[in-house]
Design a protein around this ligand. Structure first.
Ligand code: SF4
Length: 304
């Protein structure tokens, strides 16, 4: 049996052509800078579940604190997600009518600032169903997140326990659904990688099951999520008003508070063990500031 050790089978160190699109997308996104919120607000709906300290730091740190390096892969992934969103939204409107990108706000932080604001992927009514006014929250996800949500173990070639959408998606959808006075929250996941035909047949996944899944939540369930997340936003606001930086607490997959520690890193890579910290734009500042309760007055020295 031949072994594939030819030097020409190793990828080159830097793709010359294949990465051009991703690099252009990332450069354009970086030049645009931070994106505006739908309304002046303390937190975006898309911040739902995020670390309280990160939400606060993003509001108070100068733009110059943004990482100097461009996350090409991350920007490309977001661009792909946006592309899929736009096409799905257009298809839904063509099929059912309704409105996409509906902006709204919730709560009052100051006279001019809402507690939270954002836009719903789609809001509308589908005749012939009993879902009432629907708020649709769409997420594009990788194979790992998709498998966890629907309950699939690709390695073992079998079904597993479904975990449903992530808490962040539920909270974001709940805020949109409450703000738009909806009766049903529909959360949809589209996988960036289809389940293979062989595996799908073995575990009896049919047609669309290989690429997407959907969950429906009634108002009695999602309203509680929105109330809790708005309460968290209120606490962040109160802490900032009291001159204190909120603690490093995010919402976990079971809707429970989780304490983060960016200082705890993988010994071999130096990357934080908490994924929220690994992806956090404020990580450098957060580590400089240190854990615990920190007065905002002390931040100028600590963030340089
Ligand atoms: S680095 Fe981690 S703990 Fe610090 S702000 Fe970011 S997510 Fe929160």
């Amino acid at each position: 049996m031949a072994t594939y050790t030819k030097p020409s089978d190793y990828p080159v160190n830097h793709p010359l052509l294949t990465g051009v699109l991703a690099e252009l997308i990332a450069e354009e996104s970086f030049a645009e800078g931070r994106r505006e919120t739908a309304f002046p607000c303390l937190m975006r709906y898309s911040d739902a579940g995020k670390c309280a300290r990160a939400i606060a730091l993003e509001r108070i740190l100068p733009v110059s604190e943004d990482p100097a390096s461009i996350d090409v892969a991350g920007e490309y992934r977001m661009w792909l997600g946006r592309l899929i969103h736009e096409h799905v939204q257009a298809s839904i409107i063509q099929t059912y009518g309704g409105v996409a990108e509906l902006t709204s706000q919730l709560g009052q932080a100051t006279d001019e600032t809402a507690m939270a604001a954002g836009h719903a992927d789609w809001v509308g009514i589908i005749d012939g169903t009993e879902l009432g006014r629907i708020c649709f929250e769409l997420k594009t996800v990788g194979a790992f997140a998709f498998d966890q949500a629907v309950g699939l173990n690709r390695k073992a070639y079998q079904r597993s326990y479904p975990h449903g959408p992530k808490a962040a998606a539920k909270l974001q959808g709940a805020l949109n659904a409450v703000a738009n006075d909806c009766d049903t929250l529909v959360i949809g996941l589209i996988s960036m990688e289809a389940v293979s035909i062989q595996l799908a047949e073995k575990v009896e996944m049919k047609g669309l099951d290989r690429i997407c899944a959907e969950w429906h939540y009634e108002r009695s369930e999602f309203k509680e999520w929105a109330i809790d997340e708005l309460e968290r936003a209120r606490m962040i606001d109160q802490e900032l008003s009291a001159g204190v930086l909120p603690p490093r607490i995010a919402v976990g997959d079971e809707m429970q508070p989780i304490h983060l520690a960016p200082e705890k890193v993988q010994s071999d890579t130096g990357v934080p063990k908490d994924w929220q910290c690994a992806y956090c734009r404020c990580r450098d500042a957060c580590v400089r500031i240190g854990p615990g309760i920190v007065a905002l007055d002390a931040l100028t020295e600590k963030t340089g």
